[in-house]
Design a protein around this ligand. Structure first.
Ligand code: BES
Ligand code: ZN
Ligand code: ZN
Length: 507
């Protein structure tokens, strides 16, 4: 487990080396092996004359127009000293936005990996001709390329392809210096995303709660973050009744990891809480086989929170950030919690367990109450693969945001737009609270109606957030994908890390 992905850094003769570089060369003078050039269908977007001319030559070939998805490789050009030039169409000028550039970056890398190349030089479009800011152009290209350069193949004996060792970006000399900070920041954030992806894609037999906790702890300590572990014994002593009820059926020990990033002079505290169910079988309310398929991903919220804190240790924001990560495995067995059982949560309320498959909210409420009591955060956000109902509502590309604080919800949605980790604000209607009434306990963990399941789950959490400025993000849809995209392979997406890193600047 500890050999897990070591950042996107390749170890060459023991030395760590960065993968992304900004580079300024004259491609008509300096020899390059592979040049990758984005081509716009209806406009020239390049500053370097020789590149613009090469694009013109490429467009003379009938099958290449620069339309989205078009590809052409040319060898041994007269003017440009590149062994090969890969032209990738990005479509119409009007459609060029950061997501189009991220996708181009991902395609550039994936295509090169398939061609068994080990390094490439990507031509960055011109600020003047695209009428886009260099920050936006670069950030998007770097993200797409870095995230696309990730293969989850550690369970395969035969590794067909290798990641690129080096990805250079061709820019003007002044850009190399001025955007070094942006490059380092983007790398730190995307390393977090890749770490989260690896954790999520890892099969549940290799991330039993103890192992997952150990892995999180090791990675966080490496960044000099303060990590404390509440093991099962301590959770029992401190009466985390709801959390422990979920782990009761598992052979593994439940736990809660708290990661603290606390820079000197911090004035604000933000708490992030991530659902860490290493496998969700449903428990005694066992899921049907087909629904259990991807339940190794039920710790995606935990992965996002842990990886965000690890990224923050490098980004060094001014506020204090607490990451609270409850980790359990939801299994059926003779010791498992039964439907109808009543447990006492950390804050003292009793909860009737109507369905053991509604386990995420149980571990979250104890983590939320504990975090509020211990750290009194100014803002508290939980992130969880909480409900299938949220996927029904928003599909698998968009997360649901629920909050009693409209401004906070809107800030999250805005960060989602910027990072393309898209979020949609959902209603949190008090009317529906009545569906959570229990005849015997203070509250029930499932709704009495089948409708609006993502909302009633959020309302259940809200009962434990007190007066805190709180938001809940349901990532059941976008945390895991079956089919690869331009810059994400099949499996965990790392959803949440880029979102949080952007959001924290706004809070
Ligand atoms: N982990 C699931 C939610 C989920 C479903 C995540 C599909 C990713 C993909 C959660 O613990 C769950 O089982 N929720 C139940 C709640 C129900 C019992 C009230 C659900 O959504 O069906
Ligand atoms: Zn469940
Ligand atoms: Zn679950």
């Amino acid at each position: 487990m500890e050999t897990i992905f070591d950042g996107q850094i390749c170890r060459l003769s023991g030395r760590r080396k960065r993968v992304l570089y900004l580079k300024s060369i004259d491609p008509t003078k300096t020899k390059v092996e592979t040049l990758v050039i984005p081509v716009c269908e209806d406009r020239d977007i390049h500053d370097i004359e020789a590149i613009s001319l090469a694009v013109k030559t490429a467009k003379k070939i009938k099958e290449f127009k620069g339309e989205k998805g078009d590809e052409l490789t040319l060898y041994n050009h007269l003017k440009i000293k590149a062994m090969r030039m890969i032209f990738l169409g990005i479509g119409k000028y009007k459609k060029i936005d950061s997501e189009a550039l991220r996708r181009f970056g991902g395609r550039a890398v994936k295509k090169s990996i398939k061609m068994n190349l080990s390094e490439i030089l990507v031509v960055v479009p011109s600020e003047r001709k695209t009428k886009k800011k260099m920050t936006m152009l670069l950030e998007a290209l770097l993200e797409g390329a870095f995230l696309g350069n990730h293969l989850f193949d550690k369970y395969k004996k035969e590794k067909k392809h290798k990641q690129l060792k080096k990805i250079d970006f061709l820019v003007k000399p002044d850009v190399v210096k001025a955007f070094r900070q942006l490059l380092l920041r983007t790398v730190a954030v995307c390393e977090g995303t890749l770490l989260a992806r690896e954790w999520v894609s890892m099969p549940s037999n290799d991330k039993r709660p103890e192992q997952f906790i150990r892995s999180i702890t090791a990675r966080a300590r490496k960044e000099n973050l303060k990590v404390s572990l509440l093991d099962e014994k301590r959770l029992k002593r401190q009466k985390f009744g709801a959390l422990l009820a979920v782990g009761a059926g598992s052979q593994s020990q439940s736990g809660m990891v708290v990661i603290e990033y606390a820079p000197k002079g911090a004035k604000k505290t933000v708490a992030l809480i991530g659902k860490g169910v290493t496998f969700d079988s449903g428990g005694i309310s066992l899921k049907p086989a087909a629904s259990m398929d991807d339940m190794k991903s039920d710790m995606s919220g935990a992965a996002a929170v842990a990886a965000t804190l690890i990224a923050l240790a490098k980004l060094k924001p001014k506020m204090r950030v607490i990451g609270a990560i409850p980790v359990v495995e939801n299994m059926p067995s003779g010791t498992a919690t039964r439907p109808g059982d009543i447990v006492r949560s950390f804050d003292g309320k009793t909860v009737e367990i109507g369905n053991t498959d509604a386990e995420g909210r149980l571990i979250l409420i104890d983590a939320i109450s504990y975090t509020i009591k211990k750290y009194q955060p100014d803002t508290l956000i939980d992130v969880a693969t909480l409900t299938g109902a949220c996927i029904v509502a928003l599909g698998d590309k968009i997360a649901g945001v629920f909050s009693t604080d409209d401004k906070l919800a809107k800030d999250i949605v805005r960060s989602g737009e910027k990072t393309h980790e898209r979020c949609w604000q959902m209603p949190l209607l008090d009317d529906y609270k009545e569906f959570l009434k229990s005849d015997f306990a203070d509250i029930r963990n499932i709704s009495s109606t089948q409708w609006g399941g993502a909302i009633t789950a959020a309302l259940f959490l809200s009962e434990f957030a007190g007066d805190s400025r709180w938001a809940h993000i349901d990532i059941a849809g976008p945390a895991f994908i079956k089919n690869e995209t331009e810059y994400c392979g099949a499996g965990g997406t790392g959803f949440g890390v880029r979102l949080f890193c952007d959001l924290l600047d706004k809070l």
